[in-house]
Design a protein around this ligand. Structure first.
Ligand SMILES: Cc1cc2nc3c(=O)[nH]c(=O)nc-3n(C[C@H](O)[C@H](O)[C@H](O)COP(=O)(O)OP(=O)(O)OC[C@H]3O[C@@H](n4cnc5c(N)ncnc54)[C@H](O)[C@@H]3O)c2cc1C
Length: 289
């Protein structure tokens, strides 16, 4: 059984990480479950662990001068869902995570660190080109979350690093879409999720993006497919739609996306596109359940 440490500052945690290779434990909702031994028995970890929940540097949500939003690694889904400065897609995903007890204990750092293809937060964050800030005793580095998550349960986290925060750049979308399809409302792990967003000005699609969750080893974003719509007029959507949807499907490996997921994703994207094409009122596009 590994040692357990409880650092109270980031510097202390980074030294423990570098010198003892201690693994961060935040809400514990993934790590404790993975290391459980049975009813009424405390989990045992075969590696050193550091409980990071009392580190102030990893807490809080801040608005930057450039309009970006920085979310500390220890922020819970409940805090994210109730923040007025966090972008809408991320709030939607956070408010649909697990049941209320989980939303108050899980953390954004843990959701990213765990890198489960079914994790709810990476999907909207990758849509928004969010970056992850990684700290070590040598300083901080920043990288796109899309690059940080390498695959199912695989990240680029260095052996001496801790996730400090996530930074979401400012966006002003004309249309926004988010949908998580789960088995039931409470504690439903995503079976499939999709977010999409567009910037439309004077009938021109200046930006279009989409991200699929729980549809492959990691979140799927296809810049090639997005480029098919960007720069075109909304009137051209009907003639571009099939090409776009086919390119989106091509970006998805066939075995990771059985027909049901593929068809459901096509239907959701098509619903969003037709709302834009028919000049829907600006804002959130909601698909009836
Ligand atoms: C009943 C139940 C329901 C769930 N429902 C959902 C759901 O609806 N949606 C969903 O997305 N997930 C769900 N989960 C999974 C889990 O709750 C989330 O992934 C959660 O965000 C993990 O956060 P945590 O703080 O509890 O992680 P922890 O268990 O503390 O850590 C998870 C991993 O991340 C690493 N880590 C944590 N913090 C950091 C950090 N700051 N820097 C570097 N590495 C770090 C840990 O070392 C570990 O490898 C559910 C889990 C349970 C048990």
């Amino acid at each position: 059984m590994g040692m357990t440490y409880i650092p109270t500052t980031l510097s202390e945690a980074l030294h423990l990480r570098a010198e003892k290779k201690a693994r961060p434990l935040a809400g514990g909702s993934d790590l404790m479950v993975q290391s459980r031994r049975g009813t009424a028995l405390a989990p045992e970890f075969p590696f050193p662990v550091m409980i990071i929940t009392s580190i102030p540097e990893l807490k809080g949500i801040k608005l930057g001068d450039d309009g970006s939003v920085e979310i500390g690694a220890l922020t819970t889904p409940a805090e994210i869902a109730s923040s007025s400065i966090v972008p809408w897609h991320v709030r939607e995903a956070a408010s649909g995570m697990g049941a209320i007890a989980l939303r108050n204990t899980a953390t954004i750092g843990g959701n990213i660190g765990n890198a489960s293809p079914k994790g709810d937060l990476p999907q909207p964050l990758i849509l928004l080109d969010a970056e992850v800030v990684l700290s070590s005793i040598h300083g901080d580095r920043k990288m796109l979350l899309d690059d940080f998550i390498l695959g199912s349960k695989k990240t680029a986290l260095g052996e001496d690093e801790v996730i400090k925060s996530v930074v979401i750049p400012k966006h002003d979308f004309t249309y926004l879409f988010y949908r998580k399809i789960g088995m039931r409302r409470a504690n439903a792990i995503s079976k499939l999720s999709l977010s999409a967003a567009a910037v439309v000005k004077d009938g021109e699609i200046l930006d279009f993006r989409a991200a699929s969750g729980a549809a492959g080893p990691k979140v799927i974003r296809s810049r090639e497919a997005e480029a098919i719509l960007k720069g075109h007029m909304i009137d051209e959507i009907p003639e571009l739609e099939e090409k776009f949807l086919d390119a989106w499907n091509d970006a998805i490996s066939p075995h990771a996306m059985p027909l049901y997921r593929r068809n459901t994703t096509r239907r959701m994207l098509s619903y969003f596109l037709s709302a834009i094409n028919t000049g829907a009122e600006e804002g959130i596009i909601r698909e009836e359940e």
